[in-house]
Design a protein around this ligand. Structure first.
Ligand SMILES: Nc1nc2c(ncn2[C@@H]2O[C@H](COP(=O)(O)OP(=O)(O)OP(=O)(O)O)[C@@H](O)[C@H]2O)c(=O)[nH]1
Ligand SMILES: [Zn+2]
Length: 190
């Protein structure tokens, strides 16, 4: 399966106009050599942060009958909270217990990016990554842990800089088998 996303010039032009109005309403002038292109840069920056790269979801038959956990740690997470449209950044750890097929390792990072590059809450992002792997691979179990700092909590509002939020989504044997669950959680412990 190929996942594709596009954003056309007309949409970027409209976003640029809106960014200019937004900045001017806050008393920020965009008429110096350094700032005249800032509304365009802002539009392009948000478009980039909200657009995942297309990818092919490559799976392989599990010919070797590999039946232990596969854990990919420290996948970068860069998302925007849907409440403030400010970044939340951190890492995701993804593990699964293969069934009939195994997944190309890079695809775990691509799946995280696919669900991160949209207005999000961390809990939903975590669940969506787990559900996607469950649906596409039909493994015997899946575990996803996300650790992230929300800039809306660091740079404004409560200004609690350095706070890290941990969320998890487990299914199948990673949720229901105490030994597998413990092995996964030990593998992703900071
Ligand atoms: N559960 C959850 N909450 C989030 C996430 N990102 C941001 N939030 C929270 O969403 C809430 C929005 O609360 P509001 O009271 O409507 O907004 P606010 O007045 O800007 O809140 P403060 O940040 O406390 O100033 C805040 O508590 C944020 O910390 C997330 O991924 N998950
Ligand atoms: Zn926020």
């Amino acid at each position: 399966m190929t996942i594709t996303t596009t954003r056309d010039e007309t949409a970027l032009d409209a976003a640029e106009d809106a960014a200019r109005s937004f900045l001017e309403a806050l008393g920020i002038r965009c008429d110096s050599p350094g700032t005249e292109r800032s509304p365009r840069r802002m539009a392009e920056a948000y478009a980039a942060m909200l657009t995942p790269r297309p990818f092919e979801m490559t799976t392989f038959p599990n010919d070797e009958g590999y039946d232990e956990l596969v854990v990919v740690r420290s996948i970068p997470v860069q998302s925007l909270c849907e409440h403030h449209l400010l970044p939340f950044v951190g890492v995701a750890h993804v593990g699964y217990l293969p069934g009939g097929r195994i997944l190309g390792l890079s695809k775990f990072a691509r799946v995280v990016e696919m669900f991160a590059r949209r207005p999000q809450v961390q809990e939903r992002l975590t669940r969506q990554v787990a559900d996607w792997i469950d649906m596409e691979l039909e493994p015997r179990g899946v575990g996803v842990v996300v650790e992230a700092e929300h800039l809306c909590m660091s740079m404004r509002g409560v200004r609690a800089g350095g706070t890290v939020t941990t969320t998890s989504a487990l299914s199948g044997l990673v949720r229901d088998s105490p030994a597998t669950r413990a092995e996964f959680l030990a593998a992703v412990r900071p």
